[in-house]
Design a protein around this ligand. Structure first.
Ligand code: NAP
Ligand code: MG
Length: 506
């Protein structure tokens, strides 16, 4: 059985720290009630060395966590607390995250592989802002007053918290996805059973400790890491869960929706994968477009749901653009996250490493041409260098499937219509980008692209006050912005009679 905390030493910074490793229920770290369950082994993807082991929750642990969340919802949270109080606690949580940002960044890097500076300045910096953004909303959740009959009746709506929420998050942005889910749910008055990925459970447990320190009542946020599909499947099928919010693959998203349909028809929001296109038109600032294209595919080593993994370049500027793009992509240093020079880390796991390499091999086998990359590195660590394929066609696996690694496919087009049809030729619809200095063209193309987010002359940047989510098979629902509040509230209409008499019988 795994113990409830682990003492670890981060060699690169000489930092010693104690990480909680139990299940977090009712503000306490506890063992699993199924004493036989095998623990989760957290691994450093840069060195392939184990970090520590974490208690893996079972379906019975999920039951206990859901009961704790229900009790809190009915007694100390939900409609029992003012928006002002929820706001104050969310701000406190953000302050604690800011206080601990260096430690959190180092553990995020240790477990996920991404550079410490990126974890701190982007993932954590953005997460703190996200919590503060939703702290601002907590006392501004309002409904409508609707005139029905001036003399006798009115109706009003209340946006009630939806209840107990299961939140299932992936390994590519462990802290960031935690904040995106926790912020709006707590602002609206919901309670949470959080299931982090088995690959990256550590920072979710550290943040759980901050939940207790901030003063949230027991049971408001519970955290159950688990192995494989156990925890996520139990949450999505649970009769006591009112909503599931998920970020991850389309395959798992389908299973969650099916489990929700077969159980209590809980509300579901899904933020799924993508095969997002970027289009470079001849009028674009090509040097800038090349920078954004590199960011699009190489940020987070391509393990990004909006990774701009298909790039279409107008034939008149194609050769020039490739000659700019390839050296820029080559310049990014992929290395250990504790090395200051690294702009990207390894991919998260051996499974992900093998998956990415299978795609690189299939790209070559199916006839695409390697313009960069394609060489495996010797030694330890799941490192994959920036990889660019040209001479692609629409049927290749590298063009159709989400790879979730630093692998870009570049194609060419002649006309705007052709670019739009190539870009939209996918079952996904998460992100899309276009680069052009023709304003009318920007407006036409951004309107025609089938995606939840379209970037014009930039790529991959998000803001906490702007909604994010997918069209087509990239998902259902929206995160961020005021739109996310709809995912965590249920609208109640109250019809009020102050004058009409009912004559009976009819
Ligand atoms: P995944 O299965 O979608 O995992 C995402 C989350 O769902 C994890 O917390 C996972 O738990 C949980 N889960 C697994 N099976 C479940 C089930 N039956 N019901 C409910 N929840 C379940 O993704 P993955 O297997 O880690 O990665 C596979 C591929 O998914 C990647 O190669 C990538 O293409 C894509 N992906 C996309 C995103 C994104 O942001 N859109 C993020 C991650 C992965 P465990 O981790 O404990 O298994
Ligand atoms: Mg998995």
């Amino acid at each position: 059985m795994a113990s409830l905390s682990a003492r670890i030493v981060i060699r690169a910074t000489n930092r010693e720290l104690e990480i909680p490793t139990g299940l977090f229920i009712d503000n306490q770290f506890v063992p699993s009630v199924d004493s036989a369950s095998e623990p989760i082994q957290a691994v450093n993807p840069s060195t392939e060395e184990p970090i520590c082991s974490v208690v893996a929750g079972s379906a019975k642990d999920i039951d206990i966590a859901v009961a704790a969340a229900r009790k809190a919802f009915n007694t100390t949270w939900g409609k029992n607390v003012t928006g002002f109080e929820r706001s104050k606690l969310l701000n406190k949580l953000a302050d604690l995250m800011e206080r601990d940002q260096d430690i959190l960044a180092e553990v995020e890097s240790l477990n996920n592989g991404k550079p410490v500076k990126i974890a701190r300045d982007f993932d954590i910096g953005d997460s703190i802002q996200c919590l503060r953004y939703y702290a601002g909303w907590a006392d501004k959740i309002t409904g409508q007053t609707i005139e029905v009959d001036n003399k006798t009746k009115l109706a009003f709506t209340k946006h009630d918290p939806i209840g107990v929420c299961g939140q299932i998050i992936p390994w590519n942005y462990p802290i960031n996805m935690w904040a995106w889910k926790v912020g709006p749910a707590l602002a609206c008055g919901c309670t949470i059973v959080m299931k982090p990925s088995e690959l990256t459970p550590l920072t979710a447990l550290m943040l759980s400790k901050l939940i207790a320190e901030a003063g949230f009542p027991p049971g408001v946020v519970n955290t159950i890491p688990s192995l494989g599909s156990v925890g996520g499947a139990a949450l999505s099928a649970h009769m006591g869960v009112d909503k599931v919010a998920f970020t991850g693959s389309t395959v798992t998203g389908r299973k969650i929706m099916e489990a929700a349909a077969k159980s209590n028809l809980k509300k579901v929001s899904l933020e799924l994968g993508g095969k997002s296109p970027q289009i470079v038109f001849e009028s674009a600032d090509l040097d800038q477009a090349a920078n954004w294209a590199c960011l699009g595919i190489l940020y987070n080593t391509g393990q990004d749901c909006t990774a701009g993994s298909r790039l279409y370049v107008q034939d008149t500027v194609y050769d020039k653009f490739i000659s700019l793009l390839v050296p820029k992509a080559k310049e990014l240093v992929i290395g250990d996250g504790f090395d200051e020079k690294s702009g990207g880390g390894p991919v998260v796991s051996k499974t992900q490493f093998d998956k990415v390499w299978r795609y690189i091999e299939s790209g070559s086998a199916q006839g695409a041409k390697l313009a960069l990359g394609g060489q495996k590195r010797p030694g330890k660590g799941f490192f994959v260098d920036p990889t660019i394929f040209t001479d692609i066609n629409a049927n290749m696996d590298i063009v159709r499937d989400e790879i979730f690694g630093p692998v870009l496919s570049v194609g060419r087009f002649k006309t705007e219509e052709e670019a739009i049809s190539l870009a939209n030729d996918t079952s996904y619809g998460l992100g899309a980008g276009l680069h052009s200095n023709d304003a009318n063209q920007c407006m036409r193309v951004s309107s025609a692209l089938e995606a939840g987010t379209v970037w014009v002359n930039q790529y991959n940047l998000l803001n906490n006050n702007v909604p994010f989510g997918g069209k087509k098979q990239s998902g259902i629902g929206r995160e961020l912005g005021s739109y996310a509040l709809e995912e965590y509230t249920s609208v109640k209409a109250v019809h009020w009679n102050f004058g009409e008499k009912l004559d009976w019988p009819l």
